[in-house]
Design a protein around this ligand. Structure first.
Ligand SMILES: Cc1ncc(COP(=O)(O)O)c(C=O)c1O
Length: 390
């Protein structure tokens, strides 16, 4: 059922655009998959196309029901239709929430390293970007809660973005960690913006818990906005459909009014169909894809540890992203990027773009055909041998 036979070299694909200048370069970058969007979704889209008209369409009851059912069944999140706001994307949704639930000059905490657009969404909306470094312990990131408490205690700070599973670190925050974030947020009156776009990509050794899970208790609802879409797990990023969920009546009223004012819910018709179909029919397909990705993860992690020990991978508990520590080579970020391209013929996402804590790191996307992953790993070994020879 999984189809990895995709050629994305042509067209304006973001990931593969680098090969226009150098067709020997293998990009392992942008967080979408070189795995075909499932056939049952493409067929559902085709049925819409077969009706020959792509005019205005309303989100169906089935669309909302599919989200509600999926979130309850897979993430233990109980939602009602009127607690949902449809969005074109998570990025648009974050900007929207920041603009309507915080004020100019408010501080927004972002754990570093971070998904790079977070910074722009905060700064370009004239909020203060409060970079909060994650701490490495035994090769994994942990949250320094004492420090978080101090940072939240600053009266300027009004919100925190919590990315779970974490891009780029691949960490799945534990229930205890999520609860502690919520406790501090409650104590300091800080809004929690939970970006859970990666939470359907799950591996057998780590299941992410949602910030809005019923298990987190009633209290979290009053200060949490959940942002989510089917795009990462089902490879639908180009279709522009996401949603946010908010339970607190006051926050909900503010966001509903703002959504009407901005017509933010007017999303792509095909995105509505794809999202509904993913959640209605996608569970089995996703299980298979996740098992494939888990094998890819294990293969890449073990290969690097055994064959290229100077590259130290962080173990991805979730996501199809692997965060690689290249510090042992003693290269600057520019040198590292250049040598990976010129000696390894591989293109990774430079860690420095993910914040101060990202210096010396690179991010690798392993959602590709296994043969491509093996090729990428061999290129990393070749890079390693070439750099050490010099
Ligand atoms: C953590 C995280 N949030 C948001 C996004 C972007 O989502 P969207 O395309 O819906 O804006 C990404 C994409 O890579 C991501 O990794």
């Amino acid at each position: 059922m999984i189809d990895t036979n995709v050629n994305r070299r042509h067209g304006n694909n973001v990931k593969w655009a680098v090969t226009k200048d150098d067709d020997q370069l293998l990009p392992m970058t942008v967080a979408d998959m070189d795995i075909a969007t499932p056939q049952f979704i493409r067929e559902a889209i085709q049925r819409v196309l077969d009706k020959k008209v792509l005019g205005y369409t309303m989100p169906s009851t089935g669309f909302y029901d599919a989200i509600i059912h999926w979130q309850k069944q897979h993430h233990d999140v109980s939602l009602k239709r009127d607690q949902l706001i449809i969005l074109p994307s998570i990025a648009v949704g974050l900007s929207f929430v920041i603009r309507h639930l915080t004020q100019v000059d408010d501080g927004i905490i972002v754990m570093s390293p971070y998904y790079p657009p977070y910074k722009q969404l905060v700064v370009d909306n004239h909020r203060q970007f409060v970079e909060f470094p994650l701490v490495q312990r035994e090769g994994q990131y942990v949250i320094d809660f004492k420090r978080l408490d101090q940072v939240m205690a600053n009266s300027q700070v009004k919100a925190i973005i919590v990315c779970n599973p974490h891009n780029p670190g691949g960490c799945v925050w534990t229930t205890t960690e999520l609860q502690r974030i919520q406790d501090l947020a409650s104590e300091h009156d800080v809004l929690v913006l939970a970006d859970e776009i990666h939470d359907d990509v799950t591996f057998s050794d780590n299941l992410p818990v949602s910030m809005m899970s019923d298990m987190m208790g009633e209290g979290v609802s009053s200060q949490t906005v959940l942002l989510k879409s089917a795009t990462k797990a089902f490879n639908l990023a180009g279709l522009k459909c996401a949603f946010l969920a908010v339970k607190d009546p006051q926050l909900l009223a503010t966001l509903k009014q703002a959504a009407a004012a901005e017509a933010i819910e007017e999303v792509n018709t095909l995105g509505l169909v794809a999202t509904r179909t993913a959640y209605e029919k996608g569970a089995e397909w996703l299980k298979e894809v996740n098992a494939y990705l888990e094998e890819n993860r294990n293969l890449a992690y073990e290969y690097l540890r055994e064959e290229v020990p100077m590259i130290r991978p962080m173990y991805p508990e979730g996501t199809y992203l692997m965060w690689l520590d290249f510090m042992a080579y003693g290269l600057t970020d520019n040198e590292l990027d250049e040598k990976l391209r010129n000696l390894g013929h591989i293109c990774l996402n430079p860690g420095i773009e993910y914040g101060k804590t990202g210096s010396g790191f690179m991010r690798l996307n392993f959602a590709v055909d296994r043969s491509v992953l093996k090729d990428a790993l061999h290129r990393l070994k070749h890079f390693d041998q070439s750099v050490r020879k010099k």
